[in-house]
Design a protein around this ligand. Structure first.
Ligand code: FES
Ligand code: FES
Length: 153
C-alpha cells in the first residue's frame, strides 16, 4: 500500500505494510527524538505532532496518515537555533536524563499552537501524558511558563 504524507516539511511517498506503526517508521528513518517507552500509549516518550496535535506514535498506524503532516522535534527551530521551548528547558534545568524531553516538548508545542497564552493548569494538562522518572514536573512547567513570558516581553 502506498501513502503520501509530509514528514518534517518534506513530502513522502512510501510503501507501507498495514500493521506498520509510525514509531517504527520514524526510528527506521533515522528520527531518533522519538523514544521507545511503553509501546502502548502510556508514557508519551514517542509523541509527535500530527496536523498540529500531539499523538503517541506507537499507537499510530501508517495507513492512517495519508495526506497528513507529521512533525518531530527535528523540525523545531532552525539549522543552528534551538526552539524557544528547548532553550527554556535548558535554562531552567528541566532536563536530567532527557529521555522524556522530546515528548514533553511535543506536548507543549501542541498546546502552544492551540492556545497562545496557556495558564499553569493547561500546561499541567498538556503534560499529563508524559511520564518523567527524573525531574518531576516542576521545572518543565516552569520552563513552559517562562517561554511564554519571554515571548510576551
Ligand atoms: S512508547 Fe509510545 S506512549 Fe510509550
Ligand atoms: S528527564 Fe529523565 S525521564 Fe524525564
Amino acid at each position: 500500500m502506498e501513502i503520501r504524507f509530509t514528514l518534517n516539511s518534506i513530502e513522502q511517498s512510501i510503501e507501507i505494510t498495514k500493521s506498520q506503526t509510525l514509531f517504527d517508521y520514524l526510528r527506521n528513518s533515522g528520527i531518533k527524538s522519538v523514544k521507545y517507552g511503553c509501546d502502548d500509549g502510556r508514557c508519551g516518550a514517542c509523541a509527535v505532532l500530527i496536523d498540529n496535535k500531539a499523538f503517541n506514535s506507537c499507537l499510530i498506524l501508517m495507513h492512517t496518515l495519508n495526506g497528513k503532516t507529521v512533525e518531530t522535534i527535528e523540525n523545531f527551530g532552525g539549522n543552528r537555533e534551538l526552539h524557544p521551548l528547548q532553550k527554556q528547558f535548558i535554562d531552567e534545568g528541566a532536563i536530567q536524563c532527557g529521555y522524556c524531553t522530546p515528548g514533553m516538548l511535543i506536548s507543549l508545542e501542541a498546546l502552544n499552537r492551540e492556545n497562545q497564552n496557556p495558564n499553569e493548569d493547561e500546561i499541567k494538562d498538556a503534560l499529563a501524558g508524559n511520564l518523567c522518572r527524573c525531574t518531576g514536573y516542576v521545572k518543565p512547567i516552569l520552563a513552559a511558563k517562562s517561554t511564554k513570558e519571554h515571548e510576551n516581553e
